[in-house]
Design a protein around this ligand. Structure first.
Ligand code: NAI
Ligand code: CS2
Length: 485
């Protein structure tokens, strides 16, 4: 018998699901069974199940990478260990909210579509990364030139993109006279529900106007603000958990103890009472989402690019440098907080100090390289929107300019010692050709802004500020440039 958490004795100090998992049925299908989903929505659902007699179970789907993980989850009855790492101790819990796991390589595309088309399924949730929405950064609408979208338009009943899957599954539900459902994005995308709706309805319209109208009228796309720092698993993190758990769990994830979820209460076909597990249902998520994207994620990206260039592997290492710590707090309070309009009573200074504490958690090995990934998809909502505010208001934006220049220097794919950087981004080929043409020089600045389709390119003050910051990075390196701010 293979020993795993479903059939072996595990450390009795670890908490196990206290509810009868046999009562759970697939009401949620989750696309993007990565690290974050397991440590966030699956955990909230687990705690909700502990406190209620709800039957809301989750069927996990990975559309691309991750078929090994899906098989491993199935092999252990979809149980999975979450290690919440405080700065002093790690608390383990085995969660039971996931009840099935699918991958196209294991069940085929039809297998996944038919699960979403089951009558009792009420929510399709998503953590498919920013690029999974196939959006054209220049106008925020479905990118019809995206290769996955083109492939799915040519062969819509055998989709490959998340958007193609959702539309085909909704077509099956529509044609079978089934109830609609809610598509709930949990990605770090500005107005993530609206972006998901625009992509889904936009794609459906290219297939069938009637289907598009049915979706627009019946399917809801709640926006959410999601927060929990969840680094990718490593052999070290899995080993640490195995030691404490008493058995090796290949699906285990470590994360910080903090978790937050603010959800627009707009569901077409019911929803779990996630509020009993600490989630907040609100009418308007936008202020919370913007606050988090700019203050947390904007600072994260700043630390990731300038930290990586300075030779720091993890966010906590970067935060141990007093200059980075000071500058990132200033970035939050002086350049991000003033751009926000928050509900009365929100204490942004407290929020910023809590973020400093969370980023400094030394036991959380969150790689600067991981956060640096996909910058072309992340920077608009994390930094460019705030820059637009400052340009319109004549206020200071030196730190934001340096963050963007840090990204530009990072995508050169050579660090300050000349070592190769493994740049991951959907636009990586375009970055390569820009650097081949101009080399490490300020001429890359307008060229990189142009590939992002960024409208601020037309603003000479903006371009000058980024150019100056980029030149300082070339002259002095990241550490000295940050220290001088
Ligand atoms: P991950 O790399 O562990 O998982 C990503 C998942 O997305 C995988 O299942 C992968 O198959 C899928 N995926 C990747 N590209 C896709 C595409 N083009 N179309 C459809 N599916 C695709 O990453 P992780 O940590 O789970 O993060 C995923 C997203 O969750 C992030 O991009 C972010 O938007 C959100 N998030 C992550 C947090 C974190 O700390 N890790 C915290 C808050 C939000
Ligand atoms: C990070 C986020 O990878 C990144 O870009 O900034 O995933 C961050 O860890 C989360 O948003 C925290 O909630």
């Amino acid at each position: 018998m293979i020993c795993n958490i479903a059939n072996c004795k595990i450390n009795p100090a670890v908490s196990l699901p206290s509810y009868d998992r046999n009562r759970l049925i697939t009401r949620i299908v989750h696309l993007g069974c990565g690290a974050f989903h397991r440590a966030h929505q699956a955990v909230f659902t687990h705690h909700m199940l502990e406190k209620t007699d709800s039957d809301w179970g989750i069927c996990e789907v990975s559309l691309f990478s991750g078929h090994t993980l899906i098989q491993q989850l199935k092999d252990q009855d979809c149980l999975c260990t979450i290690g919440e790492k405080g700065s002093e101790k790690t608390e383990l819990k085995v969660i039971g909210s996931m009840i099935d796991a699918l991958h196209p390589e294991l069940v085929g595309q039809q297998g996944i579509l038919e699960i979403i088309a089951q009558p009792q399924v009420a929510i399709v949730s998503l953590t498919i990364t920013e690029k999974g929405y196939c959006i054209d950064a220049a106008n925020g609408k479905l990118d019809v030139n995206n290769l996955l979208i083109q492939r799915d338009l040519a062969n819509p009943t055998a989709p490959t993109s998340a958007i193609g899957y959702i539309v085909e599954a909704l077509r099956l539900r529509y044609e079978r006279g089934l109830s609609p459902l809610s598509v709930m994005s949990c990605d770090n995308v500005k107005e993530n529900g609206n972006v998901a709706r625009d992509a889904v309805v936009g794609f459906a319209r290219l297939r069938d106007e009637k289907l598009a109208q049915w979706i627009e009228l019946n399917v809801t796309f709640p926006c959410t603000m999601v927060d929990r720092i969840v680094p990718a698993a490593t052999s070290e993190s899995l080993g640490e958990i195995a030691e404490q758990l008493g058995v090796y769990d290949p699906c285990a994830i470590t994360c910080e103890p903090f978790r937050q979820w603010v959800i627009e209460d707009n569901f077409a076909n019911g929803r779990p009472n996630w509020d009993v597990a600490g989630a907040q249902f609100v009418k308007d998520v936008a202020p919370f989402e913007t606050m988090k994207l700019r203050m947390l994620n904007g600072s994260h990206s700043f630390l990731a690019y300038l930290g990586y260039l300075a030779g720091y592997a993890h966010i906590a290492d970067t935060m141990a440098n007093a200059d980075y710590r000071r500058v990132v707090l200033d970035l939050m309070l002086k350049e991000q907080a003033p751009t926000l309009t928050m509900p009365v009573g929100t204490d942004l200074s407290r929020y910023a100090h809590l973020l400093i504490e969370r980023f400094s958690n030394p036991s959380l090995k969150h790689q600067t390289w991981q956060i640096a990934m996909d910058g072309s998809q992340k920077l608009p909502q994390r930094m460019f929107d705030s820059m637009a505010y400052h340009l319109a208001n004549g206020s200071d934006y030196r730190r934001l300019a340096l963050g963007i220049a840090g990204w530009m220097r990072y995508v050169s794919s050579k660090d300050e010692q000349g070592k190769l950087i493994d740049v991951r981004d959907p636009l990586v080929e375009q970055f390569k050709s820009i650097y081949q043409k101009y080399g490490l020089s300020i001429d890359v600045v307008p060229a990189l802004l142009a590939v992002l389709g960024n409208p601020l390119l037309a603003n000479p003050h903006f371009v000058q500020a980024i150019t100056e910051a980029y030149q300082r990075l070339l002259d002095c390196g990241a550490r000295r440039t940050v220290a001088a701010l």
